[in-house]
Design a protein around this ligand. Structure first.
Ligand SMILES: Cc1cc2nc3c(=O)[nH]c(=O)nc-3n(C[C@H](O)[C@H](O)[C@H](O)COP(=O)(O)OP(=O)(O)OC[C@H]3O[C@@H](n4cnc5c(N)ncnc54)[C@H](O)[C@@H]3O)c2cc1C
Length: 387
């Protein structure tokens, strides 16, 4: 069995490492603390073509394999996870449009999304429905050649820059089961009635905004219905979340690796009782356990990604990678903080940021409990097996 990256993937990773070392690491602490938007970093991501990660080459994107996709999020999250957020839901929605969009939607949006001229996000969650997406209240009513959308979305990453923003709506609120009446509609920025209301205050994940979005009588041409057929929205979103979970799992891996790196370096520098703290067995136990968690997470993430590259449906694999890697990130951030002693609690040390960023990985793209439900369902139904 060969878990090594191929030459192309290794070269791609080196480009990313170089970018993160040069442009993200030096500013991450200061910009994160001040809440400054990382405009210059976004510009370089544009130049590198990273907004086109999931856009097919025929539309000007990179169309990378899933392992390279995971490497992107791992490397960026090692430097600053918030920056990975700017690419995350953008990539998911590019993938949705490329996979499910009409020819017109693809040619109208994908080239500009690939170049980063346009950006996007995904609007699923509502104040009263997150896990239970079939319980959303946003409704799109057909009116001649248009839909009129009313509802409220919350926690929408990249909302201030998204154009178009794919919005999950009910086009037939009476449908049973509810998912048969759900659709995704591409809402362009500036459409009257579409308002990004406020940035939600949050523990970490700074650098990218998470907003509440109000849709009040938003009139959108019927041609903006993703794929052109009503009732497929939930199915489209669920297929996209598979990719999204690999993205979050890879970000979690990046956080876990960074926490381990910080602990390892500190254990060699900090002295107590006349010797480096890395000489104490209690510190060694933490280093060893973190290293094992990071490597196990890495294997799961690359495995899920390469299974996806092999054309398999990977709900179970992506769910396992996401749940395990995010818990490894939380474990490593806390243990790294302990290795740092009091300094680990200081905003002047990277580990404090990692500790605030890690828990989101257990929540985003479906909570870890839901991942476990997905894994168990796949196993119990026989859709997936292990061993
Ligand atoms: C910083 C941030 C950024 C985000 N970005 C986006 C975004 O860009 N777009 C977007 O649409 N959403 C986004 N989200 C929302 C995110 O996807 C949801 O928060 C997440 O899916 C959970 O939904 P919820 O918050 O409504 O929790 P709830 O669904 O209310 O869940 C609460 C608890 O109940 C548990 N639970 C619920 N149902 C079940 C069940 N059937 N079985 C077992 N346990 C269950 C959950 O696991 C959880 O522990 C973001 C969230 C955050 C915090």
């Amino acid at each position: 069995m060969d878990f090594d990256l191929n030459d192309e993937q290794r070269m791609f990773r080196d480009v990313l490492r170089n970018f993160v070392d040069r442009e993200i690491r030096p500013v991450a602490q200061e910009w994160e603390a001040s809440g400054r938007y990382p405009t210059e970093i976004v510009e370089t991501m544009r130049e590198l073509g990273l907004f086109g990660l999931t856009v097919p080459e025929e539309y000007g994107g990179l169309g990378v394999d899933m392992v390279s996709f995971a490497l992107t999020f791992e490397e960026i999250a090692k430097g600053w996870m918030g920056i990975a957020g700017i690419l995350g839901s953008h990539s998911l929605s590019c993938w949705l449009i490329a996979r499910h969009g009409t020819d017109d939607q693809k040619s109208r949006y994908l080239p500009d999304l690939a170049s980063g001229k346009r950006r996007t996000g995904i609007a699923l969650t509502e104040p009263d429905a997150g896990t239970d997406l079939q319980g959303i209240a946003t409704v799109a009513v057909r009116d001649g050649d248009h839909y009129v959308i009313n509802g409220r979305k919350t926690w929408i990453t990249n909302a201030r820059y998204a154009d178009p923003l794919p919005v999950l709506c009910k086009t037939d609120p009476a449908a049973t089961p509810a998912h048969k009446g759900m659709s995704v509609i591409l809402v362009e920025a500036g459409t009257p009635g579409f308002t990004v209301e406020r940035d939600l205050p949050k523990l970490g994940y700074k650098g990218t905004e998470s907003c509440e979005v109000l849709l009040e009588d938003v009139r959108v041409p019927a041609a903006q219905l993703l794929g052109g057929v009503e009732g497929r929205g939930m199915q489209q979103v669920l297929s996209g979340l598979e990719t999204g979970r690999i993205n979050v799992a890879a970000r979690a891996l990046g956080i876990a690796q960074a926490a381990y790196d910080e602990a390892l370096a500190y254990a060699g520098q900090r002295k107590a009782f006349g010797k480096p703290i890395g000489d104490f067995q209690a510190v060694q136990l933490k280093i060893a356990e973190m290293a094992a968690q990071v490597q196990a997470a890495r294997l799961l993430v690359y495995w899920a990604a390469s299974r996806s590259d092999g054309g398999h449906r990977v709900d179970m694999e992506a769910g396992m990678a996401k749940a395990f890697a995010s818990e490894a990130a939380v474990f490593c951030a806390l243990n790294s903080m302990q290795v740092h002693g009091g300094y680990g609690y200081s905003k002047e040390f990277v580990v404090e940021r990692l500790y605030r960023d890690a828990p989101l990985m257990m929540i985003g793209e479906g909570t870890n409990d839901i991942q476990r439900v997905v894994i168990a369902r796949a196993l119990l139904s026989g859709a997936a097996t292990i061993g």
